[in-house]
Design a protein around this ligand. Sequence first.
Ligand code: GUN
Length: 293
Amino acid sequence: MKLIDGKAIADQIKLEIAEEVKTIVANGGKRPHLAAILVGNDGGSETYVAHKVKACEQVGFTSTLIRLDSDCTEDDLLLKVAELNADTDIDGFIVQLPLPKHINEQKIIEAIDYRKDVDGFHPINVGRMSIGLPCFVSATPAGIIELLKRYEIETAGKHCVVLGRSNIVGKPLATLMMQKGYPGNATVTVCHSYSKDLAEQCQSADIIIAALGSPEFLKAEMVKEGAVVIDVGTTRVPSTETKSGFKLTGDVKFDEVAPKCAYITPVPGGVGPMTIVSLMRNTLLAGKKEIYK
Ligand code: GUN
């Protein structure tokens, strides 16, 4: 069994990005600038945004954090999005999800200029990704694809089972894994809460990508010997073992599944660090106007 060290790969990619930023700035170019809008004080979102701001510092980007109260109106947020769309100093920005219930998330996503949508959530980016055109690919799927590439994991002709069908992870991953090229060319099955044969599908899978948000869902008996298991789960489970009072828990029962695997990602330290680094890479592309002029 080989552990996929997402933290180490992410650190390496951060160094690569930092080098490129240095070169850009040394040649008189503009330092990439990422903005993040955080609405309210959700604990998880606070942590994620803080990590994103810290990663910006590490790679040499400028970052701006914009905070709005949880009771701000949809129009307040739309106004802020319009401001960032128009601000020529900002190369890319994100609106941290989830948003308070009274705000229509899809409306906000569609208000973001797709050329600054470094989250890759705008329908133009999603559509372009699905037909294999240059675009911003959402960060978690892009991070997983990068891990498969850096570990040179074979995907062509393999049976890849994606657990979960979210717009952010499951659906784009299924699209990317079936796309022509490497990593890709896999035979993809997407399982979700209505799937009747989920366990059987997993048992026949060469690659399982678990993105259900259901702690320790994937058990040893569902995994065949030699499988590659990618764990996208990051549920905050209450714990007395940690200072914070919770433990980040994946969708895979790691201790029993790991011995059967050819490769497996841990939680934390697997997919998580790659997600943030993919956002940094998208921001670099936005800064360089490499995808959209
Ligand atoms: N909430 C959970 N994941 C993400 C993400 O990748 N981007 C944004 N904006 N919000 C999220």
